[in-house]
Design a protein around this ligand. Structure first.
Ligand SMILES: CC(C)(COP(=O)(O)OP(=O)(O)OC[C@H]1O[C@@H](n2cnc3c(N)ncnc32)[C@H](O)[C@@H]1OP(=O)(O)O)[C@@H](O)C(=O)NCCC(=O)NCCS
Length: 165
């Protein structure tokens, strides 16, 4: 059974390991590798900062992937630029290859969307796969996301999609 729990500093080794997997490197674009210690240091004080939520997905207790949710308006690096309030943005990945393509991603995303919309003010959810990530794009379309535009973040040419409550 798939469950999701808040990520903690104990997850740093597995997150680093997933970052080194070829199927993850292939979809990362030119983003710098995350400094997971710094990213997760705040998670020990759950919901601090109040614009970022990190989850580990587990199948029968085995960690398989990650879901990162931010409020793109309040996120301090302003990755999304000038963006409306009351949205969320999601990053999702399964690090364990043998768990790909078995429906786990769909459950992870459904759980993430439920979490986002548990805040009554949230009106929609953004995602930005590389334009070349055909598998993820098909996945998002199947989950009800609608294509908005192509947009370049840094040097990454991405396809922006939005899910609406
Ligand atoms: C994208 C991802 C989270 C989807 O999770 P998943 O568990 O593999 O997907 P699911 O098994 O739930 O499949 C859902 C849908 O995704 C699409 N999909 C899944 N595997 C696919 C494949 N090999 N090729 C094309 N589409 C595929 C299909 O539309 C599928 O629906 P279907 O089974 O009815 O055809 C996962 O593949 C992943 O982590 N990939 C690597 C990292 C990544 O690309 N993350 C997104 C970055 S923006």
């Amino acid at each position: 059974m798939l469950t999701m729990r808040p990520a903690t500093l104990d997850d740093v080794p597995i997150l680093r390991e997933w970052d080194s997997r070829p199927h993850i490197i292939a979809i990362m674009g030119d983003d710098d590798l995350s400094d997971w210690e710094s990213e997760l240091a705040c998670t020990t004080q759950w919901q601090e900062p109040p614009w970022k939520w990190d989850f580990i997905a587990e199948v029968d207790g085995t960690p398989i992937g990650m879901v990162q949710i931010i409020d793109p308006h309040r996120e301090t690096d302003h990755y999304w630029g000038d963006v409306a309030e009351n949205l969320r943005a999601i990053d999702i990945w399964i690090g364990e290859v043998e768990y790909l393509g078995q429906g786990h991603g769909s459950v992870m995303m459904a759980t993430a969307l439920e979490f986002c919309y548990s805040d009554p003010d949230v009106t929609g959810v953004l995602i930005d796969p590389l334009a070349s990530n055909a598998r993820a794009r098909k996945f998002y379309e199947q989950m009800g996301f609608e294509f908005v535009e192509y947009r370049t973040f840094g040097t990454d040419y991405c396809a922006v999609y939005q899910h609406t409550r």
